[in-house]
Design a protein. Structure first.
Length: 120
C-alpha cells in the first residue's frame, strides 16, 4: 500500500506531497509494524525535504513529536505529526479513530525508548 503524506516545512508557506511505500496491510487491518512504517515514513519524509540530497537518517526514534488522529471531512481519519522541522499529515485512512489512536500509542510506548544516535 502507498500512503500519501503532505509535508510543511517551517519557514515555508506551501506544502509538498510525497508518498510512503511498504505498508503491508489496509488500514483496517494494520498491525503495530504497519503503524511504525507509517510514522517513521512521515518523519523520514520531513527529513528528506528539509535536507535534500542527504541520505535518510540511520535511525528514527519514535519520540519527541506531537501527533493527533483527526476525522477527515470526506471520510476516514488523518494522522498529523509535528516536529521542530515541520509537520506532516498522512491519509485519509479507512479505520476507526479510537483504534488507530490506540495502535499509535502502543507503538510509541514500545518504540520510544531513547537512543543516543536517534534523529527526532
Amino acid at each position: 500500500m502507498t500512503v500519501n503524506v503532505d509535508i510543511w516545512l517551517r519557514g515555508q508557506d506551501f506544502a509538498r506531497t510525497t508518498s510512503i511505500e511498504g505498508v503491508a496491510s489496509e488500514p483496517r487491518d494494520w498491525t503495530d509494524e504497519d503503524v511504525k512504517v507509517v510514522l517513521v515514513g512521515m518523519l523520514r519524509a520531513i527529513h528528506r525535504l528539509k535536507n535534500p540530497g542527504e541520505a535518510d537518517p540511520p535511525h528514527i526514534a519514535l519520540r519527541g513529536f506531537s501527533w493527533i488522529v483527526n476525522p477527515y471531512d470526506e471520510g476516514g481519519v488523518l494522522i498529523a505529526i509535528e516536529i521542530t522541522m515541520g509537520a506532516a499529515v498522512a491519509g485519509p485512512f479507512d479505520v476507526d479513530k479510537a483504534v488507530l489512536e490506540a495502535l499509535i500509542a502502543r507503538v510509541l510506548a514500545r518504540e520510544g525508548k531513547p537512543s543516543s544516535s536517534a534523529i527526532h
